[in-house]
Design a protein around this ligand. Structure first.
Ligand code: HEM
Length: 415
């Protein structure tokens, strides 16, 4: 039996509630801790744990994929079964073969021609339907993300189940479950095989109706029929599960978080609204990605040292880490490092691309980076264009979080 809400219910026992409160408190203050570390102990290292907090060191570890391995493989196998998904692969050649294949079916040209109009239409419809008050996390961003991208990938809801629930539960297991919660694992053991069977069924059905729809799944089936490498059923199934599970739960986290940051800065919010009204999408994107820097996806991502290795060699902070050391790669800290980011605490919507690391860096840079760069700002555009745009009264008008996830944020506007 799995729960049917997109986010799992908050813990009810007192011990777990205190733990959750402490975790929220720690997350709210992690920026201050990183600031201190960047200045006095930029590569904290004790026992089998280390962290990199400065921009240069974060990029160094992300870029050294043969020396610092990703940590995803074991849980990816639970989610997808045996076939390898490229997020779990460290070897450049093997990784690039898989991503190169998928780039022939997830095409840059789709962004302006298909995805941008679809996101704008879906966001406009959600805002119009809500009629003057909308809950941004679920009714706007999650709705638009899953509607548009599931249609694009060719991965509709499973019969009698909800893709948003399945994807979010599997995402939590993969990326936000460091303590291996046994209750979550129980749900995952039901959802993961059901997800595999659902996607395999879609593949089988589409083979029977080849050419019926131009989407990522349809293109994969065509490539398979043409005998192209990288498109076995296993390859297609694990890629589609990877895109849905790894990608789609994230916009409903970071986009409402960015909006909350804009709402805290009324003068800047007014500028972002003007950019939306002027149809200046580039500047609007600047506001969104800058706001995300003040509340990014996560403090950092984990890697494991595959060999003994010195980080920041030939600098005074050079630190040798032994094979097997877990390394927190604090990209949130890198985006606040005054050594590389000019005036990092100032809100500046006109920063240069290299000042951001929202989508990682190096070989595992987000496969959806260009999709995200184009689409995330547009999810808010119809809302920001509205007159009298403001927080809803009371607590509903302030972003709440549940664990790693944004939970609710309601706003009002003239319909
Ligand atoms: C707000 C939205 C998103 C954010 C902030 C985000 C962020 C990231 C980050 C930081 C990584 C690097 C992981 C690592 O190095 O350990 C990554 C990888 C990845 N992302 Fe995204 N992502 C988003 C949306 C998406 C979407 C919509 C897709 C769908 C195509 C997607 C697909 C992937 C894939 C497949 C990888 C693995 C890339 C590889 O291993 O080469 N992401 N993402």
């Amino acid at each position: 039996m799995t729960s049917t809400d997109v986010l799992r219910p908050p813990p009810s026992d007192i011990k777990s509630r205190i733990k959750a409160w402490l975790m929220n408190w720690a997350m709210a203050h992690v920026g201050t801790v990183f600031r201190l570390l960047r200045a006095v102990w930029p590569i904290p290292h004790f026992g089998k744990f280390a962290a990199v907090t400065r921009y240069d060191d974060v990029k160094e570890v992300f870029a050294s994929n043969s020396k610092f391995s990703v940590t995803y493989q074991a849980k990816l196998e639970v989610i997808m079964g045996k076939p390898q998904f490229f997020l779990g692969i460290d070897d450049d050649a093997q990784h690039n073969r898989a991503t190169d294949a998928m780039r022939t079916v997830v095409r840059p040209a789709d962004i302006p021609v298909r995805l941008v109009p679809a996101v704008l239409a879906a966001a406009e419809q959600a805002v119009a339907k809500a009629g003057g008050r909308i809950e941004v996390v679920d009714a706007l961003v999650r709705q638009v993300t899953f509607d548009v991208l599931c249609d694009y990938f060719g991965t509709p809801d499973p019969p009698g189940a909800d893709m948003r629930v399945w994807a979010t539960r599997l995402f939590e297991f993969q990326f936000a479950d460091p303590g291996n919660d046994p209750v979550l694992r129980k749900e995952v053991d039901v959802i993961a095989p059901a997800m595999q069977a659902h996607i395999q069924n879609l593949i089988d059905e589409r083979k029977k109706s080849r050419g019926s729809k131009d989407d990522v799944l349809g293109r994969c089936i065509d490539k398979q029929a043409q005998g192209e490498p990288g498109f076995s059923d296993d390859d297609i199934r694990s890629a589609l599960i990877g895109f849905v599970v790894g990608g789609l739960p994230q916009p409903p986290m970071v986009v409402p978080q960015a909006l909350e940051q804009l709402l805290r800065r009324p003068a800047i919010l007014a500028e972002a609204q003007q950019a939306a009204k002027d149809n200046d999408d580039k500047l609007l994107a600047g506001y969104l990605f800058e706001a995300m820097r003040f509340d990014p996806l996560a403090p950092g991502l984990m890697r494991i040292a595959a060999v003994d290795r010195t980080i920041a060699a030939a600098t005074p902070r050079a630190t040798k880490v032994a094979k097997g050391t877990s390394v927190l790669v604090a990209f949130s800290s890198a985006m606040m490092d005054e050594r590389r980011i000019p005036e990092p605490r100032r809100f500046n919507p006109r920063r240069l691309p290299h000042e951001y690391m929202h989508f990682g860096f190096g070989m595992h840079t987000c496969f959806g980076i260009h999709i995200n760069q184009a689409l995330l700002p547009l999810m808010l555009k119809p809302l920001l264009k509205k007159d009298k745009f403001r927080r809803a009264p009371g607590r509903a008008g302030h972003l709440t979080k549940r664990g790693a996830f944004a939970d609710t944020l309601s706003v009002e506007y003239l319909p």
